[in-house]
Design a protein around this ligand. Structure first.
Ligand code: ZN
Length: 192
């Protein structure tokens, strides 16, 4: 917009600048008030948010589940923290969950069929030269990292894999271990 007269008296410029400064200050004040209001009502706001989220999940569970899965794959840390916090806050229920999980796993092992002995597992490890087939670190190196070699089901039990030695591979387990990252995905580390 051009209002004509491009010679602006310096006093006006100065006022403008003052105004600008005032506006900034007012803006800061408003932001401060908003922040304070939000802090004061944080519980109510969070409750609203939870209700809205629950509605969204009820309306479109499939889509949101996929979105959450993608988000978690890119940035697993927040979810991990949330799960840990929940576990700490509900020790009883967490123990119960673990119990159920172990029970299910035992049942699956039995249901899928097959078995192997400690001796077979020892032989398998020897055949692989005591290496983890995920990161090719030796058992000794892994020990230094606080991990150990564990038998991993190449085809996971909950995907119908058999509990036989032919379906096992040595993977490292522990913080940052290959087995901890794998979950129930199908990864034959030796072939792939
Ligand atoms: Zn490994």
């Amino acid at each position: 917009m051009h209002t004509g007269g491009n010679c602006v008296p310096s006093i006006v410029t100065q006022n403008l600048q003052n105004d600008e400064r005032n506006t900034l200050r007012i803006g800061d004040k408003i932001n401060e008030q908003k922040r304070a209001w939000y802090q004061a009502n944080i519980e109510r706001e969070r409750a609203h948010h939870r209700v809205r989220e629950r509605q969204r999940w009820q309306e479109n569970p499939e889509k949101l589940r996929v979105q959450a899965r993608i988000r978690n794959a890119h940035n697993p840390e927040p979810n991990r923290k949330r799960v840990k916090a929940w576990q700490l806050a509900h020790p009883e229920r967490f123990r119960e969950q673990l119990r159920v999980h172990k029970q299910k796993r035992r049942a699956r092992k039995k249901g899928n069929g097959g078995s192997w002995t400690a001796k077979e597992w020892a032989t398998l490890k020897r055949q692989y030269g005591y290496y983890c087939v995920g990161c090719w670190k030796t058992e000794r190196e892994l020990q230094a990292l606080g991990r150990k070699l564990v038998p991993d089901h190449i085809v996971a039990l909950d995907r119908g894999g058999l509990n036989i030695v032919e379906n096992l591979q040595p993977l490292c387990h522990g913080k940052g271990g290959c087995n901890n990252r794998k979950g129930n995905k199908y990864v034959d580390f030796v072939i792939s």
